[in-house]
Design a protein around this ligand. Structure first.
Ligand code: XLS
Ligand code: NI
Ligand code: NI
Length: 437
């Protein structure tokens, strides 16, 4: 048995809003019923491997700062120590799920065969730990962006050898995700984009990416994986422009290749804001197009332009997010993955607990407040009444294709039609939101 990493805490439990204990949940009450479903089944939160166990506090200007027993070491011993810490963190947080990239869990070997062997060893360890603790896999993914071979992209690389290597890597990552009972598989196109159009054939690269996704879909069906395939949009970083920029551009891509029934979206807060959109916009777009699969929760810093991946702490933002999620029928087999990392000065392992506790409580508040807003009904009623005239004959006939422009023109002229503007009542609606947050 390795020494515990989080030795000040046995288990983080719900103690209610009045507690003084900073290692307790104040709002996340896992079995509390919300809209006929336990809170834990709405949130399905996940601890991610990369930010928690791989990242050690480095930034562009300095190296590792975090106090971790594996700092400065590498190899399979370190991989085993990280796995033990991961299951310790999940169990202590009562986290139902975790997520990982293939290269987070084991080091790269001298050949793909050796690397796959390392992965298999840790996956076997995961299987035992998952059995022992009851923690499940929300999704797995492949890291197709860190190794220098992927500097010019993976599927969109000008060299088909790199496409082949990426294919081999994704096959393995999908196989182990399936083996561990993963409920989804994520594809984030970290370097599927360009740094300059001077050396880039955009049409060709898009075709390559379409082919790659088709191969992924084929493999899923071949092995009988029943989880959902998800693409995670992000507009830039590390590349200047990423093809999967936002929900709408991924939607267009999926339709171009006839994959919109096969692949859904994993929407990340900080990616939405990087794209100049809001999280709630991206969710609303996904819901409106039946594409919402799962979410990566975090937040950016409004003062900085980049993907700062901080833990979420705005209950207002998450309230509006859950309104959209609930309108779409919930997260289904998806969940809320904390794709978030500690600040460089938060060097104590226990800071990982504080970070997740705050994030989980913010999610719980968002959920409960969204339900209050929905149950109060005024916002939804207003929205419905705003479109009520579309259920009357004129609106119905237009939508049913029974009116041509000629018909409309004739009718407007005949009746001397003059539409009456009505208030959109934005400020009143914002006040209604502020009553619950
Ligand atoms: C990076 C992404 C990444 C994906 C998984 O910005 O958020 O972490 O979630 O590859
Ligand atoms: Ni991200
Ligand atoms: Ni992410």
């Amino acid at each position: 048995m390795p020494k515990p990493l989080f030795d000040q805490v046995d288990k983080v439990a719900y103690e209610g809003p009045e507690t003084d204990n900073s290692f307790a949940y104040r709002h996340y009450d896992p079995d509390r019923e919300v809209l006929g479903k336990a809170m834990k089944d709405h949130l399905r939160f996940a601890v991610c491997y990369w930010h928690n166990f791989v990242f050690l506090g480095q930034d562009m200007f300095g190296g590792d700062t975090f106090q971790r027993p594996w700092a400065g070491r590498e190899g399979m011993d370190v991989a085993r120590a990280k796995a033990a810490a991961a299951f310790e963190l999940c169990t202590k947080l009562d986290a139902p799920y975790f997520t990982f990239h293939d290269r987070d869990i084991a080091p790269e070997g001298d050949s793909l065969a050796e690397t796959n062997g390392f992965v298999d060893e840790i996956v076997a360890l995961f299987a035992t730990e998952m059995q022992r603790t009851g923690v499940k896999l929300l999704w797995g993914t492949a890291n197709l962006f860190s190794h220098p071979r992927y500097a010019a992209g993976a599927a969109t690389n000008p060299d088909p050898d790199v496409f082949a290597y990426a294919g081999a890597q994704v096959k393995k990552a999908m196989d182990v995700t399936y083996q561990l009972g993963g409920e989804n598989y994520v594809l984030w196109g970290g370097r599927e984009g360009y740094d300059t159009l001077l050396n880039t054939d955009l049409r060709r690269e898009t075709e390559q990416l379409g082919r790659f996704m088709q191969l992924v879909v084929d493999h899923k069906h071949k092995i009988g994986f029943e989880g959902t395939l998800l693409i995670e949009p992000k507009p830039m970083e590390p590349t200047k422009h990423q093809y999967d920029s936002d929900a709408a551009s991924v939607h267009a891509f999926l339709r171009k290749f006839g994959l919109e029934r096969e692949i859904a979206l994993n929407i990340e807060v900080n990616h939405a804001t990087l794209a100049g959109k809001s999280f709630v916009h991206e969710l609303a777009y996904a819901v409106a197009n039946d594409l919402l699969g799962s979410v990566d929760v975090n937040r950016g810093d409004p003062q900085n332009g980049w993907d700062t991946d901080q833990f979420p702490n705005s209950a207002e933002e998450l309230t509006l997010a859950f309104v959209e999620i609930l309108r779409g029928g919930g997260l289904g087999a998806g969940g809320c993955n904390f794709d978030a990392k500690l600040r460089r000065q938060s060097i104590d392992p226990h800071d990982l607990l504080h970070a997740h506790i705050g994030g989980v409580d913010t999610l719980a508040r968002g959920l409960v407040q969204a339900v209050r807003l929905i149950e109060e009904g005024a916002v939804d009623r207003f929205r419905e009444e705003r479109y009520a005239r579309w259920t009357e004959p004129l609106g119905r006939d237009i939508l049913a294709g029974k009116k041509s422009l000629e018909d409309l023109a004739a009718w407007v002229l005949e009746t001397n039609l003059e539409p009456t503007p009505v208030s959109g009542r934005q400020e009143m609606l914002e006040n209604l939101v502020n009553r619950v947050v």
